[in-house]
Write a protein that binds this ligand. Structure first.
Ligand SMILES: C[S@@+](CC[C@H](N)C(=O)[O-])C[C@H]1O[C@@H](n2cnc3c(N)ncnc32)[C@H](O)[C@@H]1O
Length: 256
């Protein structure tokens, strides 16, 4: 159990009323950042759809989905702003409480409960991805988008390799991975940091440690600095990225 999970479990408040997750900085900044990320991912999906006009269906796998903010917002945007015929969201997280909160969020989102059947949210880890995606079969009109937002630092080399091998080996549709990670410029480092008054260990992998376990099955497409061109105060920037030797980036991969 990591720091965030402990904090969540310890919280005595009614979980259903939790407005933001602990990993999201303070509430306002957390929401602002998450919305930047949702917009960024959505724009990238739109660009893929522009270049692949035959695509009618998307399966979005949100691995380490937490309480589902990104998935739910992305679903809404894809549903209302594209002409996709089918959008399915698969949310997986090893923490039972987050999964329950995600399901609660889908059910209680105003006007949204009708879309519930488009979501599959499961507690588990890579083994669950394997079980659930095995049910898929190849379809030229479909693509898979896999998002790993703030989760790769919790996965071992072996686990990332297993995930990459599985996603790359199956007779799946084209699969795009978008990873958000605070990348270290030098070696992979672990730093003691304080967030909301609590000391915890942060893992900053370097590029090799993120990409190498995936390289057999995925090509590197591009890397972009997070929140480029977005309005953030210097205080917010410092809260988001307190280290000079690391940088928050999106890494894009596509199966070979
Ligand atoms: C920092 S949170 C990010 C959550 C979400 N992606 C977001 O950006 O709001 C990291 C999440 O990864 C999950 N996680 C960590 N290790 C995992 C594993 N091996 N398998 C599945 N989920 C994992 C945690 O439970 C937690 O929900």
């Amino acid at each position: 159990m990591n720091y965030f999970e402990k904090r969540y479990n310890e919280k005595s408040v009614d979980k259903k009323k939790v407005k933001h997750d602990f990993w999201r900085y303070s509430h306002n900044l957390g929401k602002k950042i998450d919305d930047f990320e949702v917009d960024y991912i959505f724009n990238n999906i739109k660009n893929i759809l522009k270049s692949r006009t035959n695509i009618k269906k998307i399966k979005l796998l949100d691995f380490g989905c937490g309480t589902g903010y990104h998935s739910i917002q992305l679903f809404k945007k894809l549903d209302s702003e594209t002409s996709l015929e089918e959008i399915k969201v698969l949310g997986i997280d090893r923490n039972k409480n987050y999964v329950q909160q995600f399901i609660y969020n889908i059910k209680n989102d105003y006007n949204f409960f009708k879309k519930e059947k488009h979501f599959q949210v499961k507690q588990g880890t890579i083994n669950i991805v394997e079980k659930l995606l095995l049910k898929d079969c190849k379809d030229d009109q479909s693509i898979n988008i896999v998002i790993l937002i703030g989760v790769i630092q919790y996965l071992s080399y072996k686990e990332i390799k297993r995930l990459g091998k599985f996603l790359g080996n199956l007779n799946l549709n084209d699969t795009y991975i978008i990873i958000k990670h605070p990348l270290s410029y030098g070696n992979t480092i672990i730093k003691e940091e304080t967030r909301e008054g609590v000391l915890y260990n942060s893992v900053y992998k370097n590029f090799e440690d993120v990409y190498h376990p995936l390289a057999d099955h995925f090509n590197f497409i591009k890397m972009e600095k997070c929140y480029l061109g977005k309005k953030l105060t210097s205080k917010e920037k410092l809260e988001i990225s307190p280290n000079k030797d690391t940088c928050l980036v999106y890494i894009h991969l596509k199966n070979k």
